[in-house]
Design a protein around this ligand. Structure first.
Ligand code: F0G
Length: 442
């Protein structure tokens, strides 16, 4: 049961079928090119797209827009300290800004950086600083409650291969976005801390979805079944030397991010780099009102009634899709449902982008926008062909979820007539293809 109600609403509009078909064609069969006013239910991302609370909006009015020494910054500091246990923070305009600040300080040419699984922007910032990102996920078993975990032995093997002195940083991402939003156990975070000590690496947690992760720990890790989500959140982050945070996720805000550190000299270095790339230390590329929104959002994110309804809504969408015979990654993670497009559309070969076909058909049938994470987004990589359906926080209701499931059913009815897609124009950087390339039916 959702322990909140709508107080401000935004009308949404389902264009008729002809319009949707015309929109798809003019978007070059790439949903990134659609206008949001033409999207009925937008599941492209959970990043910055959620609904803020009345308390957040009220706090924004208090925003202190001073260049230096802003009160809003102090309120954010207090909130991060209370909720996440980090006293020293460097604000940034969003998560990737925070990554640039922290990884630019910690990583140099020739380094290796293990992570349970790198998110795209993390990978890019490590590469940008001359490092090599290495994914070290566990080999997932079906009944594993924490499919997002890091495999500490893979980190040890990497240290054996490349030398521990070339691994300055170990990252754990909670929840593991690139592994279907699956959680990481506190036990695993403790193991990661031990490995980081063994190889003398700085242990960083990418804390974007730390509250969602803490909820899974409460539900699934025996040691924590009686603990509050707020206590678990502090506990899971207590093992890290530093955190990188996108406020657009579990700070329930539309923009913002920060780095948190414990060590004085690392704080000094990140502050300096923060000033260079983000802005002065007490605003970090944000307005004071954005700092306020994060300060309040972080506290709300770890309240039991919010976090339970958040994660359980994702599970509810997963259940509705399973009832409609849609093959999904199960159990669902914290922020999104991932659909296996190859299983759903077995006639479409991988090189004709089954995930992108399914993404376009969902829009054609229901005005629903998801995102392909397969051959179109990651050319030439041997990975499952997935479509990610992210739920923005506190934004949609049960009948929206039912509409999504019905849209899948309509796609399934036309399964045999569907054709693959081919790319007709793409940007120079292949890694950025899915943001702007155009396609057409084969
Ligand atoms: N780390 C993780 C695990 C993320 O999921 C993201 C963003 C970032 C860092 C970067 O944060 O967007 O504020 O710069 N993920 C979004 C997504 C974009 O759709 O999954 P950002």
């Amino acid at each position: 049961m959702r322990a909140y109600r709508a107080k401000v609403v935004e009308p949404i509009h389902l264009p008729d079928r002809d319009e949707r078909e015309a929109n798809l064609e003019s978007a070059g069969y790439n949903v990134f090119n659609l206008d949001s006013e033409d999207v009925f239910i937008d599941l492209l991302t959970d990043s910055g797209t959620g609904t803020m609370s009345d308390e957040q909006w009220a706090a924004m009015m208090r925003g202190d827009e001073a260049y230096a020494g802003s009160d809003s910054f102090k309120r954010l500091q207090d909130s991060v300290s209370d909720v996440m246990g980090f006293e020293k923070i460097v604000p940034a305009h969003q998560g990737r800004g925070a990554e640039n600040v922290l990884y630019g300080v910690l990583i140099s040419e020739g380094d290796y950086v293990p992570n349970n699984t790198h998110f795209d922007t993390t990978r890019a910032h490590i590469v940008n600083n001359g490092g090599t990102p290495v994914d070290c996920p566990i080999d997932v078993a079906d009944d594993d409650p924490f499919k997002g975990n890091l495999d500490p032995d893979k980190v040890r093997d990497l240290a054996g291969d490349v030398g521990a002195e070339n691994i300055p940083v170990l990252v754990v991402t909670v929840t593991n976005n690139s592994m279907a939003g699956q959680p990481v156990s506190v036990e695993n975070i403790r193991e990661a801390r031990d490995v980081a000590d063994e190889i003398d690496a700085t242990f960083v947690i990418d804390a974007c979805r730390f509250a969602e992760n803490a909820y899974f720990v409460q539900q699934r890790e025996d040691e924590f079944s009686d603990a509050s989500v707020a206590d678990i959140a502090r506990e899971e982050l207590s093992f890290a030397d530093a955190i990188v945070m996108s406020g657009k996720k579990d700070a329930l805000s539309n923009i913002g991010g920060f780095v948190g550190v414990r060590d004085d000299s690392l704080f000094e270095a990140t502050k300096q780099r923060g000033i260079l790339y983000e802005g002065f230390t007490t605003y970090g590329g944000l307005a004071g009102r954005d700092l306020e929104a994060m300060a309040v959002g972080l506290r709300e994110a770890v309240t039991e009634s919010y976090i339970e309804s958040r994660v359980e809504q994702v599970a509810e969408l997963g259940n509705l899709l399973q009832e409609a015979d849609v093959p999904i990654f199960a159990p669902t993670g914290g922020h999104a449902v991932y659909v296996d497009a190859e299983e759903f559309l077995p006639e479409i070969p991988r090189e004709q982008f089954p995930g992108q076909v399914l993404t376009c058909e969902l829009y054609r049938e229901g005005g629903v926008r998801g995102v392909e994470l397969g051959e179109f987004a990651f050319p030439g990589e041997d990975r499952p062909q997935l479509v990610r359906l992210c739920l923005p926080r506190r934004s949609y209701f049960r009948d929206h979820l039912e509409h999504i499931a019905e849209s899948f059913e309509k796609v399934a009815e036309r399964r045999d007539e569907l054709r693959g897609l081919t790319v007709v124009s793409e940007p120079e950087m292949e890694e950025l293809r899915h943001f702007s390339a155009e396609l057409e039916p084969v």
